[in-house]
Design a protein around this ligand. Structure first.
Ligand code: SAM
Ligand code: SF4
Length: 480
């Protein structure tokens, strides 16, 4: 592993230099205008051989003008996804624990100035109840989400994560807790690592320095570089699964895509591995938040498809997260373009899962969701289309994280572990949580998957079937 040059990072922060060179990005976008088809096809071939693209190559793809060539891009993005991840989709649920916030992000209902939002922080007993409600649906992965505030400081964050892991109900439990919270210090990140988190996510929101200042006018979040280097600090603290993201709609999506790629490259440069996941939320309406309706750079559905396909092609082996912000019809359209993870049964009001309120309540939410379908409905719909929902959390529990997992993905090796674990966890979920309709649909898919495993992994198959039968007989949490 390349050792971090932490002192250089600090010096860069002081010098007000960082790895987002806006002049260079603009130059590359300009220099790669009107790309030739031949060049585009070569770049696509590079992605298909599961290699990360360079900024000038992404700039050329961004500048494609021909509709037919965009179709090739969409097809190839789907093919890259299949080569690395097959037809697996991982699901999770977000769990909002506190919406107190000291920041002033103009796009977010939780900003401190917003008096119309009902503030609440869950007690640890309430965290347990929320987790029980999610476990009862069959979720195995959560992402816990917090505003930035002394009430949700690192002690609260770590205590609440411990409660999530300790909560069991029937055969259910949460086996991986990912975290989305404010940037932390290295010392705080070490505490987060201690409690055994999965991925640590911090979205830069926008890579444009000027826009960043405009949309974060006050509070701790106003410091662009403190946020930009938050995931470098996470690596320093020993967390090697990190998630980056852009809130699309704040600035020009073309520039933001280049920013995501430069962020990836800088993490690779310092730590030998890029982000574990990339997120690409679009601005959604939020209570008493007029900025959203007036946003100049809102992303159309057509451009959203391009964004997803281009992320898939530029960083072929990274997980890509599509959230329930998007309505069902968009999720159906973009899923084949490279998505690896998505949430289901999503409620983002504080306390919403255990209180079982199904309607959205804007004054309790950060923004409004586009898709509140249940996990059971989502699993069924995906199974009908041949996608297997994986509840696998084996990777990080077996130490397959950071660079190690990315290498395995790049070499196409992880797919076999993942495929077997997907079938095992899908079997568990069907037996423990599925409705009869979903179960029937799922059985059909499992038959197909078993046939493929038998053909493709003959040496492993008998050991796999041993686990599979034990799970059918009621044992749980067996994995490769
Ligand atoms: N408070 C922490 C922070 O800002 O880093 C936690 C993140 S916040 C609860 C999760 C993400 O939601 C933000 O990083 C932002 O990208 C996104 N978000 C905020 N307002 C949004 C809106 N109106 N529509 C869609 N996504 C939004
Ligand atoms: Fe607070 Fe995060 Fe919302 Fe900004 S996006 S106001 S930091 S909760």
């Amino acid at each position: 592993m390349v050792l971090t040059d932490q002192s250089k990072i600090q010096v860069n922060r002081l010098n007000k230099e960082d790895f987002i060179d806006e002049g260079k990005i603009e130059e590359l976008l300009e220099a790669n205008k009107h790309p030739e088809k031949k060049r585009i096809r070569e770049i696509i071939q590079k992605s298909l051989s599961i290699q990360r693209l360079e900024p000038d190559e992404l700039a050329a793809l961004i500048n494609i003008e021909d509709k037919e060539v965009w179709e090739e891009v969409f097809q190839s993005a789907g093919e890259v996804k299949r080569r690395v991840y097959d037809k697996r989709i991982v699901t999770f649920a977000p769990l909002y624990l506190s919406n107190f916030c000291v920041n002033s992000c103009v796009y977010c209902a939780f900003r401190r100035e917003n008096k119309r939002v009902k503030r609440r922080r869950l007690s640890l007993e309430e965290v347990r109840k929320e987790t029980e409600a999610l476990v009862s649906l069959g979720h195995k992965r959560l992402i816990v989400v917090y505003g930035e505030h002394p009430l949700s400081n690192i002690d609260y964050i770590t205590q609440s994560i411990k409660v999530v892991y300790q909560t069991k109900k029937g055969k259910g439990e949460i086996r991986r807790v990912n975290v989305n919270c404010a940037p932390l210090s290295i010392e705080e990140l070490r505490m987060l690592k201690e409690v055994g988190i999965g991925t640590y996510q911090v979205f830069q929101e926008t890579y444009s320095h000027k826009t960043y200042q405009e949309v974060h006018p006050a509070g701790r979040k106003a410091d662009y570089r403190w946020r930009l280097y938050s995931l470098h600090r996470a690596f320093e603290a020993g967390i090697d699964d990190v998630g980056i993201g852009v809130l699309f709609g704040l600035y020009d999506w073309r520039f933001e895509l280049m920013g995501l790629l430069y962020h990836t490259i800088d993490l690779e440069k310092h730590f030998g591995v890029g982000p574990h996941t990339i997120s690409f939320p679009r601005l959604e309406p939020a209570e008493n938040t007029p900025f959203v309706q007036n946003a100049r750079y809102r992303v159309s559905d057509e451009d959203f498809k391009k964004i997803i396909a281009l992320i898939r092609l530029s960083v072929p082996y990274t997980g890509m997260i599509l959230t329930a912000r998007e309505p069902a019809y968009i999720r159906r359209q973009v899923l084949p373009l490279g998505i690896t993870q998505t949430d289901a049964s999503t409620r983002i009001g504080i306390g919403a899962y255990s209180e079982d309120y199904r309607k959205q309540e804007a004054e309790r939410q950060q923004f409004l969701l586009g898709d509140t379908r249940s996990l059971d409905e989502l699993v069924r719909e995906l199974a009908q289309k041949g996608y297997i929902v994986s509840f696998c959390t084996a990777g990080y529990r077996c130490g397959r994280t950071g660079r190690y997992i990315m290498d395995l993905l790049q070499q196409g090796k992880e797919r076999w572990f993942c495929k077997m674990n997907a079938v095992l966890t899908f079997r568990e979920w069907l037996d423990d949580f599925a409705s009869s309709e979903t179960k029937a649909q799922g059985e059909e898919l499992i038959r197909k998957e078993l046939k493929e495993l038998k053909e493709q992994l003959p040496h492993f198959f008998s050991q796999f079937m041993n686990y599979y039968k034990r799970i059918k007989d009621g044992e749980r949490d067996l994995y490769f």
